[in-house]
Design a binder for this molecule. Sequence first.
Ligand code: F6P
Length: 547
Amino acid sequence: MTTTITPLTKRPAWKALTSHHKKIRGQHLRKLFAADPKRGERMTAGAAGLFLDYSKNRVTNETLKLLLKLAQESGLRGRIKAMFSGEKINITENRAVLHVALRAPKGAKIIVDGKNVVPEVHAVLDKMEAFSKRIRSGAWKGHTGKRIRNIVNIGIGGSDLGPVMAYEALKHYSERGLVFRFVSNVDGADFVEATHDLDPAETLFIVSSKTFTTQETMANAQSARVWLLKGLGGNLKAVAKHFVAVSTNAEKVSAFGIDTANMFGFWDWVGGRYSMDSAIGLSTMLATGPKNYRALLAGFHAMDEHFRTAPFEKNLPVLMALLSVWNTDFLGAETVAVLPYENYLKRFPAYLQQLTMESNGKHVTLDGKPVDYQTSPVYWGEPGTNGQHSFYQLIHQGTRLIPCDFIAFAHALTPLGRHHDMLLANVFAQAEALAFGKTAAEVKAEGTAGWLVPHRVFEGNRPSNTILAGRLTPEVLGKLVALYEHIVFVQGAIWSVNPFDQWGVELGKALAQRIVPELESKAAPKLAHDSSTNNLIRLYRKMKTRE
Ligand code: F6P
């Protein structure tokens, strides 16, 4: 299927932005702020309780006007409508893209292939709720009659990163009597370390895999089965009490030996990296309880509604996406640092890496033409203030431009003396220092020796966004995740790429499948790779026979 779209660099607004950039590229944020004393109040937006200050971006009113025009010319309004109404916008896989249906309220109607999917979504949610209550109350017993105290989610990519991130983010709300572990890597150390102190009689495994074919997850699930049976005397009946599955693939789940009555389903219109609020969130519901989980969904939905209905100039995901396009394609930024000043969000940057880069790390447009502009930047980050004592030096004085998204909350979940004011002072200070820096004249005026002055100068003019919210509740987490999901969507619409496929992960997977038997065979295999790969395989075979 092909779609006709004017190539990005031929859109009038893009051309206008190119000349506009030449005109304003010398401008410093110091000057922009000095010329407009209200800039810091004006260039802000709010939605569903999230406040965004985007005034510290290197943009003028004209830049914003042209970026908003670019959104119109890219057909963004139509793309949003198409997604929300269940059109098959994932054209390379011929699928609808409906993570927004996962958090639609009960009475809503979203039709895919002639069927309203919302009742199915709620049926799964109700099943998750009933199961969570049984586990949390101790009504669900393991094979030996003991209650479940340990929950191990086995999954990778979207079947791991969302659950881990949400567990860490919402730990404050979690049931402390339950132990949660997450196993993703095919490196056996991950499984061994996650289970070494657990009693199999009290352990429940959630095998989370959309396809139920992913090599890493299947290997870990098999090892879990062996571990459990070994611990419980080998009775196969134990599997039913200690394994549940989250998947779209009932056939494979049942072939693995998990009763499909203990399977929580979702659908092919939920992408892996957009699935943390589907049944993939079972561990999140087990940890925080059904009420908190539903509040998380309500948060997602509030941001969906904002995204769907707000005018672009007040629309948080649209504004943030357009600014990221400006930073990436006009200012030449290669990365975006996401810096949550909230320790519970420590896995948020890792979660965003898959969401952003697996979505928009694309080299061809929807109609298969190579792009002649940059697509997704590299997203990365660490919680503040730790990053300040590590990589912030480069952001302040290095040679690269690194736009930052700062995320902070007015209230600490766990107040402790003066800590929260100190934390917030740091986030505001960092954004201020990045934008305004410190001139040579200011450094000199402090009595700094002449030779030392250049070392102590901060050029400034480093762009950042600051997102401020009340406190990190389940609802706010939902809003935050949906915000970034929709940023990715808008970026994809501007860049004319498909954010919903991931063909780029296939080649490595296929080659690994081919190499496994070459590493395991008794007889020396006939190798037909390049000389480097052949040599590495031979060397490994030799080395693994020696201690
Ligand atoms: O890495 C590719 C990928 O397909 C991701 O998109 C997905 O989240 C992950 O693998 C896990 O897939 P599954 O849930 O099918 O095991």
